[in-house]
Ligand binder design. Structure first.
Ligand SMILES: *Cc1c(COP(=O)(O)O)cnc(C)c1O
Length: 807
């Protein structure tokens, strides 16, 4: 029914296209071409095939006049695109053969592309997976975000400590985007509001232009392509020639510098409420541009604005675009003469909000005076919104409180649906952060458990496993991931298990080669690869993993002839530059690695590896090679997680707590294929209420006490007793994330893992069952849920295929 869209060129024709781009787009002849030139030529040759399906999708969208989805997100953590596009076009083999025929190494050419790192972690990667699924499902959609000049910082280690340097992906041309100089909107800040002739008028103090850059997002088999539209900030007047001619060069470029600041850099933290004026301006900048753009599109098609909710579904990825509520009300009232009540009702019928966190420090709030200064018109509109909310729901929940504007409450009140991102998280949203609002607006909170795109996170990143799955259940699974359940019938078949293990071993060998080539680090591919990769955060408890590693080291030293299961503990992840404790944890991991890896007694059993600069591309290398997935957050703190899904899909069983989507993963894979430990969310809350819970737990655990004493003694810090004094004392005095309370249970669960891993056949079966049973975590399922329960949006794929058959 949904046939591939693209007719593939021959290898010869594709090679010729690459050579043509090399000559005409890059201005190089093959003798002098660098890896960069080859990669750019390959990308451009692929891009040539994306444009037609993109146009066709856009045409179909205009013809259908149905609903369009607008996904507003501060972050899109995309990664590389060459392989992604080649795979979705179905040209992967052709691209590889052509590049090889031209004398280049395909892997090296692909790896030459910098990651588009316009996000911090899970939230931004979710947005990228959603864009992939929206296109694969053929749902007309636009992603809207910011075209940051500098993406997430690059991480280096100096003496084990994290150092950050600026990321510079746009220092080379970004071939996937098309600049749209004609698509610009003014974005206003500051100034004052006046009433003139009975009409409220905003006299702005400062204006910048938002300028569009479009990237086509191609779905599976090229059947559909939506647009990711990112906004860059530009000055209203480019250059002050008068100042320049007077010799005042700084004044001449001042407006430009000011405007550009807005889209200059990604804030390197999405887990704290930064409360910076620039951040508020970034949020308003991209939200206003996106709303102006979608209104222009709607009006250009002759729509009447009262019908807007029938044509427009706007999804807010966290509160960062929560200003969309008042901004849409402003546009309807000030530019289209709506009455307040009608403007609010219409806006709310378009808007839905995804909550990503229960951490109070991450819920955005703005000081009222700052807010009123930067967005004076919106400040007044939020007062109108709050009044309307009070009129229907009473005054228990305020938007303005303690001199702050609370963006979570604003987003909630202005959304027709609010969703959490896993079953557990959505329940906690109802019971905790938004319990009063849930009572006031029953039914508004729903769940949509996160997902991941299987095209990037299995098909592309794990070729050995892809091959086995294709041979076992056929090739229709990448856009119908429930079909993986067909593997279940084969888990008693030893030939199948041999091949499953061979695929894992091939991925491990590849990772070992990569670590050797990149960092000069040797690892034993026969050892268990125990992997924790994610942002460094206290609630994710990398510290607990490290403490367990040291405890294991102590045990091995005490009994060096024991039957230990060899392990490589792999860590990866960045700490926000201002997050002191997280940086101390990184430093400690690297310090412990130096000491433990040098110990001849334990060397064959235990090694710590922490490659620097974790990003999407590194995840694609590490996840297929993992034997064990570490998902050990304090229960109730990880809203969903998506890393957990990637590992399970690639055949790595989880050691984890009952947190976020771990709960649902365990339900799917079966309790016997998941290493569960630790306090539940309810037990966490109860334990925290007990006096001295951390000291009590440490006193009860000789193993943990010994490890903490070793760290304090300077054993890992070259005798420096001060380096980790705050980190260790923090565990005694305010172990908010209950590392101490879960430590013994975690250590015990790890010993169960050791035993299970030693029985390799049983382990492989467990790994295969993980792959077979997590098809539900495809982001196609998630997006279908949003489309049905929140957006009322339809796929146009069948429509398109029907038209094609007529033609
Ligand atoms: C999937 C992913 C994340 C999210 O991982 P969690 O374990 O869910 O926190 C973060 N960063 C990158 C690069 C990812 O690919």
């Amino acid at each position: 029914m949904t046939t591939p869209r693209i007719s593939a060129p021959s290898v010869e024709a594709f090679s010729a296209a690459i050579l043509r781009h090399l000559k005409l787009s890059l201005g190089k002849d093959p003798e002098h071409a660098s890896l960069y030139d080859w990669r750019m030529s390959l990308a451009l040759s692929l891009r040539d095939h994306v444009v037609e399906p993109w146009f066709e999708s856009t045409r179909k969208t205009y013809e259908a006049r149905g609903k369009r989805v607008y996904y507003l997100s501060m972050e899109f953590l995309i990664g590389r695109l060459v392989e992604d596009v080649a795979v979705n076009l179905g040209f992967e083999d052709i691209a590889e053969e052509a590049i090889t025929a031209l004398g280049q190494n395909y892997g090296d050419v692909v790896a030459n592309e910098p990651d588009a790192a316009l996000g911090n972690g899970g939230l931004g990667r979710l947005a990228a997976c959603f864009m992939d699924s929206l296109s694969t499902l053929g749902i007309p959609a636009y992603g809207y975000g910011i075209r940051y000049e500098h993406g997430l910082f690059e991480q280096h280690f100096e003496e084990g400590a994290q150092i950050e340097t600026a990321e510079t992906w746009l220092s080379q041309a970004h071939v996937w985007e098309f600049e749209r100089p004609e698509v610009t909107y003014p974005i206003h800040f500051g100034g004052h509001v006046a009433v003139e002739d009975g009409k409220t008028v905003w006299h702005a103090g400062e204006t910048v232009m938002a300028s569009a850059y479009d990237t086509p997002v191609l779905g599976w088999q090229g059947r559909w392509a939506n647009t990711l539209r990112l906004w860059a900030a530009k000055p209203t007047t480019n250059f002050d020639l008068e100042s320049f001619n007077r010799g005042d060069y700084i004044a001449a470029s001042a407006p430009e510098a000011l405007a550009r600041t807005i889209s200059r850099v990604l804030y390197p933290d999405d887990t704290t409420d930064v409360g910076k004026e620039l951040r508020l301006k970034q949020e308003y900048f991209f939200t206003s541009a996106s709303l102006q753009d979608l209104l222009r599109r709607f009006l250009s098609e002759g729509g009447a604005l009262k019908d807007l909710p029938d044509h427009v579904a706007i999804q807010l990825n966290d509160t960062h675009p929560a200003i969309a509520g008042p901004e849409l009300v402003r546009l309807l009232m000030d530019e289209h003469q709506f009455e307040v009540a009608q403007a609010i009702t219409t806006a709310r019928a378009c808007l839905a909000y995804t909550n990503h966190t229960l951490l109070p420090e991450a819920l955005e709030r703005w000081p009222e005076d700052l807010f009123a200064r930067v967005l004076p018109r919106h400040y007044r509109i939020i007062q109108l919104i709050e009044a309307a909310h009070f009129a229907t729901a009473g005054e228990t929940v305020r938007i303005f409180e303690h001199g702050e504007v609370k963006m979570g409450e604003l987003a909630f009140v202005m959304a027709h649906h609010v969703n959490g991102v896993s079953a557990l998280h959505s329940e906690l949203v109802k019971e905790t952060v938004f319990s009063d609002l849930n009572a006031a607006y029953p039914g508004r909170i729903i769940n949509q458990t996160n997902g991941i795109t299987p095209r990037r996170w299995l098909y592309t990143c794990n070729r050995p496993l892809r091959g086995l799955i294709n041979d076992t259940i056929g090739t229709a699974w990448p856009d119908n991931l429930d079909q993986l359940s067909g593997l279940t019938a084969h888990v008693e078949d030893s030939a199948f298990l041999d091949r499953f293990q061979a695929a894992k071993d091939a991925n491990k060998a590849r990772l070992a080669d990569w670590l050797k080539a990149r960092d000069g680090v040797s690892v034993d591919p026969a050892a268990m690869f125990d992997v924790q990769i994610k942002r460094i955060h206290e609630y994710k408890r990398q510290l607990m993993n490290l403490l367990e590693t040291v405890a294991l080291w102590n045990d091995i030293r005490a009994n060096p002839n024991g039957a230990w299961t060899p392990r490589v503990k792999l860590f990866g992840g960045k700490a926000a530059p201002g997050y002191v404790v997280a940086k101390e944890i990184i430093h400690l991991i690297n310090d412990a690695a130096r000491v433990i890896n040098a110990d001849p007694v334990t060397r064959e059993f235990l090694q710590i590896v922490y490659p620097e600069n974790y990003n999407v591309s590194m995840a694609e290398m590490l996840i297929p090679a993992a034997d064990l997935s570490e998902q050990i957050s304090t229960a109730g703190k990880e809203a969903s997680g998506t890393g957990n899904m990637k590992f399970a899909l690639n055949g790595a069983p989880t050691i984890g707590t009952l947190d976020g989507a771990n709960v649902e993963i365990r339900d799917c894979v079966g309790a016997e294929n998941f290493f569960l430990f630790g306090l539940t969310a309810a037990e966490v809350t109860a334990r925290r209420a007990e006096p001295d819970y951390a000291r009590t737990a440490i006193a009860a655990s000789p193993r943990l006490s010994e490890v903490l004493d070793q760290i304090r003694s300077g054993l890992f810090s070259g005798g420096d007793r001060d380096r980790y004094v705050n980190l260790v004392n923090g565990l005694y005095d305010h172990d908010y994330f209950l590392v101490t309370c879960d430590f013994d249970a975690y250590f015990a669960a790890q010993r169960q893992v050791d035993t299970a891993f030693a029985d390799s056949r049983t382990w492989t079966r467990m790994a295969a069952l993980n792959t077979a049973r997590v098809g539900w975590f495809s982001s196609d399922r998630t997006i279908s849920g949003y489309a049905k329960d929140i957006w009322q949006a339809q796929s146009l794929l069948e429509q398109r295929d029907a038209d094609q058959n007529v033609a």
